[in-house]
Design a binder for this molecule. Sequence first.
Ligand code: SF4
Ligand code: SF4
Ligand code: SF4
Length: 170
Amino acid sequence: MGTVTNRRAFLSARMLRRKSDVIRPPGAIEDRFDDLCSACGDCAQACPEEIIAFGQDGYPFVQLQTSPCTFCGECARSCATGALEVDHMDAWPWRARVENTCLSLNGVSCRVCHDSCDHDAIRFKLQLGGRAQPVLDRDACAGCGACAASCPAGAIALERQSEHQSKAAQ
Ligand code: SF4
Ligand code: SF4
Ligand code: SF4
């Protein structure tokens, strides 16, 4: 019995972790999203960048690996249920993270992410052996995903900024 309970707890913890990895459209009321969102698809229809898709859970998410989000707010304005709120768009918690597969980190000259970032949030630190390490300025990063969409190595992911990091940045 104890084993079953532990397994259930483990599985539900995994589901929660996976849910928190999903990038909901800007303005999402995340703690009540499943209750508020009717999965009507209006946000996806409204997005001029066509970056809102529907996941296996039936709810919308943003694919920043294909095109950046301009934070135009059309998705939130189109939402009739209150699952997305324009006033809540400032709470966007996502920031870029460069993975080890970065070309520049591995000695191949590349500055595409720097060039695509309108916020000047990525600089390079020269290292030995012709390598250069991309360094992200989390305060400057808007989490738009322009770098991720343009990276030829697919080496940029968007990760949730933790509460601790948000407070440290204030
Ligand atoms: S804010 Fe604009 S670009 Fe970003 S997901 Fe919403 S509709 Fe699309
Ligand atoms: S665009 Fe991608 S591969 Fe190029 S430097 Fe940036 S993270 Fe590295
Ligand atoms: S997510 Fe946007 S603001 Fe942040 S580093 Fe990438 S391009 Fe710049």
